[in-house]
Design a protein around this ligand. Structure first.
Ligand SMILES: [Zn+2]
Length: 276
C-alpha cells in the first residue's frame, strides 16, 4: 500500500524535479498521443529478446488523466519494492475485477489522498493480471532508461519501482498464479533496468508498516530466486544490501511525512465491483 509521499505542492514537486537536473516533466497529454501508438494489453520484447509479461496500460483499464504532469526522471530505478493493497482476498480472478481494482486504487489515491495519479508503478491482481499504475510507467519500462516518479514508499519514490499486489498477506500467501505474475513482472523490470534480483524489497524494509504482510515478506527470498531463474541464472541470489548504505531520496522528497503511517485502503472501496 502507498504512503502520501507525493502530497507535495505543485511548486515543491517541480522544484524537486528541477533540483535533480536530469529530470524532465512530460505533459500528461503525451501519454495519449504519438508516444502511445497502442493502448490496451500488450507484450513487448525485453532488451535481451525475452518475452515480456502482458501488461494492461492505463488506457486499457480506463484510467483517468493525472491531475498534474507526471514527473519522468531521466534515471533508472535501483530497486523494486513489493506491496500488498491490504484489501480483501477475493476469489474473483477476472480481468474485469482487475480493471475495477486499478480504477478504485486510482480513485482512492487521487480523490482521498489528494495525489496526482495512482501511486505505484504497477499492480498485480489476485487473478494474475498485471496493470500499469501511474501514467507513463509502462512506456518508461519499455524504454529502460527512465523512471516515473511514484508515490508508494517514503524516501524511495525517485529510486524504486513500486508494485502493488492485490490482497492482504499477513496470514495468507498470495495465489500461486499471482506470485508467478509478480515474478514475471519483477524479471522484466530487472531485465529492462539492469536491476539485480537481490534488489527486491518489501515496503516494511523502508517504512514503518506491515506491508506487504508477514507471509509475502517472508516469500521475498523465493521471489528473488524465481526472478534470477527467469533471467537465466541458477546462482543463489545474495541478500539485499539493506540496511547497509542504502541510498534514499529524502532530499528530493522534502514534504515526506513521518514514517509511522499505517497501511490504509478503506473497506468497501472495491466492492461491489459493478459500482466502480
Ligand atoms: Zn506498501
Amino acid at each position: 500500500m502507498t504512503l502520501p509521499s507525493s502530497r507535495l505542492s505543485r511548486r515543491s514537486m517541480f522544484s524537486a524535479a528541477l533540483s535533480l537536473g536530469a529530470a524532465t516533466v512530460l505533459p500528461t497529454a503525451a501519454a495519449t498521443g504519438a508516444a502511445r501508438a497502442a493502448t490496451g494489453s500488450r507484450r513487448s520484447d525485453g532488451r535481451d529478446g525475452a518475452t515480456a509479461p502482458r501488461i494492461t496500460d492505463c488506457a486499457g483499464w480506463g484510467a483517468r488523466e493525472a491531475s498534474e504532469e507526471v514527473v519522468v526522471l531521466d534515471t533508472r530505478p535501483e530497486r523494486i519494492i513489493v506491496h500488498h493493497t491490504a484489501s480483501a482476498n477475493v476469489t474473483d480472478y477476472s480481468q474485469r475485477r482487475a480493471h475495477a481494482l486499478a480504477r478504485a486504487i486510482q480513485r482512492f489515491h487521487m480523490d482521498t489522498q489528494g495525489w496526482i495519479d495512482t501511486g505505484q508503478h504497477f499492480t498485480v491482481s489476485r487473478g494474475a493480471f498485471v496493470l500499469e499504475g501511474r501514467h507513463h510507467s509502462l512506456a518508461a519500462l519499455e524504454a529502460g532508461d527512465r523512471l516515473v516518479r511514484g508515490a508508494h514508499c517514503v524516501g524511495q519514490n525517485s529510486v524504486a519501482i513500486g508494485i502493488e499486489n492485490e490482497g492482504t498477506y499477513t496470514t495468507e500467501e498470495p495465489p500461486a498464479a499471482q506470485f508467478s505474475a509478480l515474478a514475471d513482472l519483477c524479471a522484466q523490470v530487472c531485465r529492462q533496468y539492469d536491476v539485480p534480483p537481490s534488489e527486491i524489497y518489501g515496503h516494511r524494509d523502508f517504512n514503518s508498516t506491515a506491508c506487504p504482510g508477514d507471509r509475502l515478506h517472508a516469500m521475498l527470498p523465493r521471489l528473488r530466486q524465481d526472478v534470477a531463474r527467469r533471467l537465466g541464472s541458477a546462482q543463489p541470489v545474495g541478500l539485499p544490501r539493506w540496511p547497509v548504505d542504502l541510498p534514499v531520496d529524502w532530499p528530493a522528497d522534502p514534504a515526506a511525512p513521518a514514517r509511522s503511517l499505517a497501511e490504509y485502503l478503506p473497506p468497501g472501496l472495491l466492492d461491489p465491483v459493478r459500482a466502480l
